[in-house]
Design a protein around this ligand. Sequence first.
Ligand SMILES: Nc1ncnc2c1ncn2[C@@H]1O[C@H](COP(=O)(O)OP(=O)(O)OP(=O)(O)O)[C@@H](O)[C@H]1O
Ligand SMILES: [Zn+2]
Length: 496
Amino acid sequence: MLTGEGERAEAREVGGFRVYDTRTSTVCDLETVVPGKVSIYHCGLTVQSAPHVGHIRKEVVFDVLRRWLAHLGYDVTVVANVTDIDDKILAKAEANGEPWWALAYRFERELHQAYDALGCLRPTYEPRATGHVPEMIELIKVLIDRGHAYAATDGSGDVYFDVLSWPAYGELSHQAIGDMEPAADADPRGKRDPRDFALWKGHKPDEPETASWWTPWGRGRPGWHLECSAMAAKYLGDEFDIHGGGLDLRFPHHENELAQSTAAGQRFARYWMHNGWVTAAGEKMSKSLGNGALVSEVVRAYPPRAVRFYLAAPHYRSAIEFSDTSLAEATAALERIDTFVQRATVLVGPELASPVVPEAFAAAMNDDLGTPGAVAVLYTAVRTGNSALAQGDTDAVAASLAEVRGMLGVLGLDADDPAWAGSAQDDRLEGVVDGLVQAVLDQRAQARRDRDFAAADRLRDLLSGLGVEVADTPQGAEWSLRAPSTSTTTSDKDGV
Ligand SMILES: Nc1ncnc2c1ncn2[C@@H]1O[C@H](COP(=O)(O)OP(=O)(O)OP(=O)(O)O)[C@@H](O)[C@H]1O
Ligand SMILES: [Zn+2]
């Protein structure tokens, strides 16, 4: 296990981001291919089911990274692929009796809803595997020409990467080829070596024809590892800065991506970042294990900003055990921060100082995205601000408020960020609003029974002034939000 292993950077001068690189197991200065720009590729979802909290942790981690690098002044490009063809997608679609592509689109939309629910910025480019078959075919041709790939010897239409032809194979996960297990992703019969992995999978008679594309090696569909190599090169060129994903992807997926791309003559990623897992009872939260808490359900139970806080606060390389207690603690902690922001804003008034980021916070974030240290600085600023509030020291309150808002902004947690508008919290508020309107309608009904039409009219006007339309039906009064341009002129007396 590499989680938590390796050195952590010492406190550095603010400004220079340092990153733990899985390949070298060291913390390095980020030296980007193009000064002032940073390019990031992180492996996206296989859209075979709704995203769980483990999936969205990866999105939150890379969203915080992106926001921090942008704060440092980098022009950031982010690519996250969508794997929209794969064994599990085909199997599930068949079991459901729906086209495989319909299932994939459906869960891709759910992924987008999860991004939005947790305030994650969408990637700059979000390429689908099925849209990049020509690029994959070209890459396979290069690998075959260079002697690193071959068509299966059993005529299945599979194409394999020849691991023994690439001595560096194993460099990312620090394994010797001789110690590796056979690759699990293809029929071993047509392979030269059991550890060779599939670049391309030949069409099988029981699979839908729409799930196959013509190639010089017959009809078939992409191997998972090849997709990412082809799409990373298309959008980021033959060398880019950071390649990311969950720890489980380090081997075989990322090892295979690295082998394919470098064997094809590309330099590929400079740094590899892997986030730790969200676990449930100590095991990786996973669709396959059926222990996944769906994002859509968790953001109904807890405020979405608190869920983000819960996922962003621990160090990205450590595991997070999923628990209601921790989510409740994150909710309470964020409420304390929000209470300070609200009270401070009332005191300081509308002319807020521009948000700033304290140096200690920046130093923690520059140290391999050290969010635990950064969050400690945030708590200190809230404590200092609360003391200043107690003393009525408006200048000190304003200074703390500027810091707290600056730090919340970088973490993607500023409550005023438009990302939170229309979040799942609205669903929770809907229930509250419905209860309040019903209470007013009950009072109005009572006023009508008492033939106090003036009071009934006042209550109706109150609701109308708030844009609430009331319709009297045989089942009782029903309410809806009025379209902005319409108005009501009827009186309760008219309705009696
Ligand atoms: N429990 C988890 N904790 C953190 N990251 C995760 C977790 N599960 C998946 N990821 C990451 O989410 C991204 C998309 O994963 P992918 O669609 O390949 O799911 P997966 O790992 O096959 O999930 P599952 O095991 O649930 O089927 C990858 O970068 C993966 O590492
Ligand atoms: Zn990938």
